[in-house]
Write a protein that binds this ligand. Structure first.
Ligand SMILES: [Fe+2]
Length: 301
């Protein structure tokens, strides 16, 4: 097993977080550690529970790499955060809560996303976000990582309840809204998604100060670029984001986004991922034979 790719984006001062991105190669996801440079308190954001889509076996390789980094940097985990219930990977939230004792959180609209998937799985009693998450965050909510203030921005489009975290004076975690500038923006075609909403979310993110370091949720490389990339400033995106650079046209982008989304296959982990992620990454209880099972809709997608 090769070591995961990790990049450190250093703090620029006492109100600016240290950020580490830890790349999960199988899903092209970026997991983040954001730390207060003064207190060494940290938040873990969008950490992955490994899952083989063929064998349905889980593993903790990526999550362990994040916890190793936390140990190595002598950080104290204060929050376990997810920006949305991910469709492409299982969430490590519940296991991280067990491992660190820190509370976990996600956007409050997870309740509406859970209602939608309860129908799609026909599991009328499944998913209780109030039980599985310690905190459900709404637009404008604030908390802190050590001495750093954090502001929650609702940024729907990819899902109806995605949230971004603005941390300290110069960082935002914007998950599946923008992608790296040469890849543009994220897809909006999952249940509850909306290209028009994503446009508005992206505009609000790009209204942050120009030097703000934006960290995106995914990268799969790009044409002419093999290395995954995930950090660019607001100014970089306005200058050269392929889809939403300054002056880009809303209606033309929506048309292009919807046209492109219609050609994309569903993520191969999606139907397993949502059923687990709406429980904060907790697997279903074992049945009488001691094994755990998922339920899958046929011919719905
Ligand atoms: Fe996502």
């Amino acid at each position: 097993m090769t070591e995961p790719l990790i990049r450190h984006s250093p703090s620029r001062g006492p109100s600016s977080p240290d950020v580490w991105g830890v790349y999960d190669e199988p899903t092209g996801s970026v997991q983040y550690v954001a730390a207060c440079p003064v207190t060494r308190k940290a938040a873990l954001i969008d950490v992955v529970l490994g899952f083989d889509p063929r064998s349905f076996a889980t593993n903790t390789r990526s999550m362990d790499a994040v916890l190793d980094l936390v140990g190595h940097e002598k950080l104290v985990v204060e929050h376990i955060l997810d920006t949305h219930p991910h469709a492409d990977h299982l969430m490590a939230s519940a296991r991280l809560r067990e491992a660190t004792g820190a509370p976990n959180a996600i956007g409050a609209k997870v309740r509406e996303i859970a209602a939608l998937w309860r129908d799609l799985y026909h599991l009328p009693d499944a998913f209780d976000p109030n039980r599985d998450f310690d905190r459900l965050l709404a637009d404008g909510d604030t908390f802190s990582i050590g001495d750093l203030p954090v502001r929650v921005m609702l940024s729907p489009g990819h899902t109806l309840g995605s949230i971004s975290f603005v941390v300290g004076e110069d960082v935002a975690f914007v998950h599946d809204t923008l992608m790296y500038p040469d890849m543009g923006t994220s897809r909006c075609d999952f249940p509850g998604g909306s290209a028009a909403e994503l446009w508005d979310s992206v505009q609000a993110i790009l209204a942050l100060p120009g030097p703000t370091r934006l960290f995106v949720g995914h990268d799969y490389g790009a044409e002419g670029r093999e290395d995954p990339m995930w950090e660019a400033t607001v100014a970089d995106h306005l200058d050269r984001n392929k889809h939403v650079h300054a002056g880009a046209d809303r209606d033309a982008w929506i048309a292009k986004r919807e046209e492109r989304d219609a050609t994309l296959a569903l993520p191969d982990r999606m139907l397993a991922a949502l059923q687990v992620n709406l429980r904060a990454g907790r697997l279903p209880e074992a049945e009488a034979d001691g094994h755990r099972y998922l339920k899958m809709p046929l011919n719905r997608f």
